[in-house]
Write a protein that binds this ligand. Structure first.
Ligand SMILES: Nc1ncnc2c1ncn2[C@@H]1O[C@H](COP(=O)(O)OP(=O)(O)OP(=O)(O)O)[C@@H](O)[C@H]1O
Ligand SMILES: [Mg+2]
Length: 262
């Protein structure tokens, strides 16, 4: 990877509380261009809140998150809109407009770069359409460009969502459990696609997931969250069973659950 430079994302002692309940406690980590960071942690650890804080959807109670050196929480108006475009978001599901084709969903990502009058008319030119299909091709979905989004499989929809982020030319991609609803083969394919767009386009990727066994194949680093704190930040090559146990704590094996809950 030749993209490494100033960090695309700098999370600096970021804290957040819902009411009196602290959810993020001085979370700090950086993500370089082209780097993929997997965020793991038990349910309720604060992963989704972390993503919401980075995008400025919730205001931090302390610390800050810088995207390309800029703190979205301090921006307003056009500057905020421009900075938000730097951040592509992918969720577990419902990423696409169901009634639109794959290509039109990608064009929506491109529209943020059009002059306002064209964006309002929503009539992308041939060049916009060609660019959308090129982005779909990049994620192996060119053959489905005309298919309605709701006729695609979950894994295919997630790959279209990644193509939309490419079309948007974001420098940071935040993916909150993008493979939680997918079968293992589709999950692997979506994570491989994330890996490829990070490496090839220098996009910094932060991806939360519960399937810890999948981190080895796609992430550079693993950040563990526990009760809102960073409990782990290691290169993926160093990530082992001890780390895993530390992040998730002692858990009942499925076989034990069956024995105990006949
Ligand atoms: N809008 C909200 N109002 C109040 N509390 C919230 C809100 N959203 C989340 N919380 C609380 O904040 C904590 C962290 O939630 P969060 O959704 O960030 O966890 P998570 O790591 O994404 O969990 P999961 O793996 O289940 O998605 C939880 O205790 C949750 O109940
Ligand atoms: Mg969550």
């Amino acid at each position: 990877m030749s993209h490494r430079g100033a960090p695309t994302l700098q999370v600096q002692r970021l804290s957040h509380a819902y009411g009196a309940a602290p959810v993020l406690r001085e979370v700090s980590f950086d993500v370089a261009p082209g780097e993929v960071v997997a965020v793991i942690g038990s349910s309720g650890a604060g992963k989704t809140t972390l993503f919401r804080s980075i995008t400025g959807l919730v205001a931090p109670s302390g610390g800050r998150a810088l995207v390309g050196g800029r703190d979205l929480a301090t921006l307003g108006g056009r500057e905020l809109a421009r900075a938000r475009r730097q951040v592509g978001l992918i969720f577990q599901q419902y990423n696409l407009v169901r009634r639109l084709s794959a290509a039109d969903n990608v064009v929506i990502g491109r529209l943020v770069h059009l002059p306002t009058w064209r964006a309002v008319l929503r009539r992308p030119g041939a060049d916009e359409r060609a660019r959308a299909v090129a982005c779909l091709d990049r994620v192996g979905m060119a053959a489905h460009a005309r298919a309605r989004a709701d006729t695609l499989s979950g894994g295919q929809q997630q790959r279209v969502a990644i193509a939309r982020v490419l079309a948007q030319r974001s420098s940071l991609l935040l993916a909150d459990e993008p493979v939680a609803s997918l079968d293992p083969a589709s999950a692997a394919s979506v994570l491989a696609t994330l890996r490829a767009v990070a490496s090839d386009h220098g996009i910094a990727v932060v991806c939360s997931l519960h399937q810890v066994e999948l981190v080895g194949g796609f992430a550079d680093r693993v950040v563990g969250l526990g009760q809102g704190r960073v409990t782990l930040d290691v290169p993926v090559a160093d990530f082992g069973d001890d780390h895993r146990a530390a992040v998730y704590g002692a858990r009942l094996e499925p076989s034990l659950v069956q024995e105990r809950c006949p």
